[in-house]
Design a protein around this ligand. Structure first.
Ligand code: SF4
Length: 752
């Protein structure tokens, strides 16, 4: 399709849109409406509200319910006891989340780079026009796919949906992906392959309390989402098979705060998850603890798996994983003899170049034990980002269209093209995955201009130093954010946008529960919402009619129609139903006036799966070594993870004083034996070096880490960004990078 310069970019004077005026009119309209409206869907938007407004935390995938009260600019936060996920409990990130709203570093006017190369304030009119022109000019020079769009698992469903539509309709580029590729894509790929559907938890989180045994793999929930621990505590105190409470088995190279609560901790070698899972299944088969009826009636391909796991005898698995045979046998017995059991995975096994296989190996155990679809049992993955689930369902992923449709499915393409009022041939094909998109910047067939919304790729990408260099090579970079993140610092144009409490929208939490974030206050003057930014840019690119949305609700209504009939069917979900039911679990097909669909809290209860055969699929997987194993030159494993007091790339949480006080800087955790070997004591600084880069960290000496492993949290940028060291080796199926394991060496820093 030939590119034609849109009228609005040719004739700025005649196209005549004054964005500052437009903004004022829209705000006035919302305020007037709000002050007259008694609907519970329409909350007051001025800064003097006294009645608390129920909304949700801006951070992780638990999406805890909270109540915001504001009085003359002061905002206070309380846990919402009426929301049945967190039951009023918040972690410190949630308690302090309002501090970002009136933060002195908040961006309140657009910035653009001047001729001296510095960012300076400009009008919205200029910022939007420069953004539209920057993207468009690049496409004229290098082709449509030379413009990329990078989204986020923090965006609401409405934004994720509109961003996908913007990329494919307004820009006509195939290249849109998002930071969920760094977080959830391996778990998603494994679930799709095994079950034909990817919903993080196929049951409500409260079911955790009723499971007799839980195998928790590579997830430190006590720090990443503390309110969920109320269910693990309840599970622990309930009567188990031996009458002494439920059992928790934690698999983690670290004795994390979560592992410290476990009945059994399997401290595996980083990168050996598939071997561990195959070894456990070997023992379950050997000891006759598998559910033959379930396997025969509800699954396929078990025989291939049985043949593979037969070679994972305990001595071999102990050699690969470092987990003693006695512990393997104890874990297998606990799982195999329990009446109800759950297997839950986190980023540990997933953020690896074998991430999809690792997920499949643990799903094999859940299927062999007949746990899937059984009450208080099953397999699930604990989603990380706030909208990590919804963010991967509605079209901001390179290979997907809304409703979790595949972009290479002819019927799916026709359905979405009709909703978007374009022909199917105009709809681009699958584009590059997140890391590949960033890594091809400046290459002949790569990305030359980029729009980033809600992501901080200069910190969150593996080999972050190189990605930063790549970003500098872009012909044009625009970033929409509310702080000047490390990525925004590199931009040609920075678009200041609203935060979670300042706009309405839906999120889908780790249970697949669609919830409503209510608007509690107006954004500061000079700030637009992401949706407004996208609509304005689309209009400048000649697509005003296809982006004529007046509210998030209107976007959601189109999303509902687009998702109808898809795997993630939201067509029966309305803002009203979400409010009535405290969230609605998808799939929720179109409501029928007589028998309205209430959503689907539990999947697979009928023993059927959305695969061609209706059966769940086993997958035979072999253990494969990580892309980098320790050598004489790089003798240690480096692994990365999260802390209680920080969230993701830290753009928000590093600006909250109370959180920064808890952990002012990233510390490298070293075992005392390792520290002694290198002549180090607590508080010393070390260089950690990998084949990509080197970075300096203060050490924390702790027996909670293996002697062969260094752990560093990844929430910091610049010189403190551990992702400068991580390995961008990609999983061949999910295209997820190997954040969790690479080879490293350390040396003491000798300060002058
Ligand atoms: Fe927010 Fe997650 Fe903490 Fe809940 S657990 S308060 S959603 S960061």
């Amino acid at each position: 399709m030939a590119l034609v310069l849109p009228f609005s970019l040719i004739e700025p004077a005649r196209s005549g849109t004054d964005f500052s005026l437009f903004r004022v009119q829209r705000q006035t309209k919302v305020r007037r409406h709000a002050s007259n409206c008694s609907s519970s869907n329409c909350q007051p938007v001025n800064q003097s509200i006294q009645q608390p407004i129920a909304t949700h935390c801006p951070y992780c995938a638990l999406q805890c319910g909270m109540r915001l009260s504001a009085w003359n600019g002061e905002v206070s936060v309380q846990g919402d006891a009426g929301f049945p996920v967190n039951n009023g409990v918040l972690c410190i990130k949630g308690w302090t989340s309002a501090e970002t709203l009136h933060h002195p570093e908040r961006l309140t006017m657009p910035l653009a780079r001047n001729q001296r190369g510095q960012l300076e304030p400009v009008s919205w009119n200029e910022a939007l026009r420069r953004t539209a022109f920057g993207l468009y000019e690049t496409q004229l020079a290098h082709g449509r796919d030379a413009a990329g769009v990078f989204g986020s698992g923090a965006l609401t469903n409405e934004k994720a949906y509109l961003l996908g539509k913007f990329a494919r309709v307004a820009l006509g580029t195939a290249n849109i992906d998002y930071n969920g590729r760094f977080c959830m894509s391996s778990a998603a790929a494994a679930a799709n392959k095994a079950f034909g559907i990817d919903r993080g938890l196929p049951f409500p989180v409260a079911d955790i309390a009723d499971a007799e045994v839980i195998l928790l793999v590579g997830s430190n929930t006590a720090e990443t989402m503390p309110p969920i621990m109320q269910y693990f505590d309840a599970q622990h105190h309930k009567q188990g098979k031996q009458g002494n409470g439920g059992k928790l088995i934690v698999v983690d190279p670290r004795l994390s705060p979560t592992a410290q609560t476990a009945s059994l901790h399997l401290r595996l070698t980083p990168g050996s998850d598939a071997a561990l899972a195959n070894g456990l299944l070997h023992l379950l088969v050997r000891d006759g603890l598998i559910d033959r009826n379930f396997i025969q009636n509800h699954t396929e391909h078990f025989e291939q798996v049985r043949a593979i796991v037969a070679t994972y005898w305990p001595e071999r698995v102990e050699r690969i994983t470092g987990v003693p045979e006695a512990q393997l046998i104890a874990a297998a017995r606990l799982l195999g003899e329990a009446k109800t059991a759950m297997i839950l995975t986190g980023r540990g096994p997933e953020q690896q170049a074998q991430g999809t296989n690792n997920g499949l190996a643990f799903i094999n155990i859940a299927l062999a034990l007949g746990l899937v679809g059984k009450p208080a049992s099953g397999y699930g993955t604990l989603t990380g980002q706030g909208n990590g689930q919804g963010g991967r369902e509605h079209g901001q992923k390179a290979d997907q269209l809304p409703g979790y449709r595949k972009i290479d499915d002819t019927a799916a393409r026709a359905h979405i093209a009709a909703i978007w009022d374009i022909s199917e041939t105009e709809l681009p094909k699958a584009g590059k995955s997140a890391y590949e998109m960033l890594d091809t910047i400046g290459q002949p067939d790569g990305i030359h201009a980029l729009l980033v919304m809600g992501a901080n790729v200069a910190v969150s990408s593996p080999r972050a130093g190189r990605i930063k260099e790549r970003l500098r090579k872009l012909d044009f970079l625009a970033v929409a954010d509310f702080f000047l993140s490390e990525t925004a610092e590199l931009a040609d144009v920075v678009l200041p946008v609203a935060q979670w409490a300042e706009e309405e929208g839906t999120m889908t939490n780790l249970e697949g529960r669609v919830i409503l974030r209510r608007r509690a206050m107006a954004p500061p003057a000079g700030v637009m919402t992401d949706l407004e930014v996208l609509c304005h840019l689309a209009a400048l690119l000649g697509h005003a009619g296809r982006f004529a949305f007046e509210s998030p609700r209107e976007v959601f209504d189109e999303l509902r129609r687009a998702s109808a009939g898809g795997i993630a069917d939201y067509s029966g979900i309305t803002y009203e139903k979400i409010e009535e039911q405290n969230g609605v679990f998808w799939p929720c097909p179109t409501p029928c006036p007589i028998n309205d669909h209430a959503g689907t809290p539990r999947l697979f209860a009928d023993g059927r799966f959305p695969t061609p055969s209706g059966r769940a699929r086993f997958h035979a997987v072999q253990h494969q070594a990580p892309a980098e194993e320790p050598t004489a030159r790089f003798p240690l494993y480096l692994t990365t993870g999260r802390l209680l007091s920080q969230y993701q790339s830290g753009t928000q949480t590093r600006r909250v004083e109370k959180l920064l006080k808890i952990t002012p800087e990233p510390l490298a955790e070293l075992h005392p034996m390792t520290a002694r070997h290198y002549g180090l004591s607590a508080g010393d600084k070390i260089w950690i070096e990998t084949r990509r880069d080197a970075a300096k960290f203060k050490i924390k000496v702790t027996t909670n880490i293996r002697e062969d492993t260094v752990f560093v949290p990844f929430h910091w940028g610049g010189a403190q960004a551990v992702n400068r060291l991580t390995n961008p080796a990609l999983d061949p199926i999910s295209r997820m990078p190997e954040f969790k394991v690479c080879a490293a060496r350390i040396s003491k820093v000798i300060e002058e």
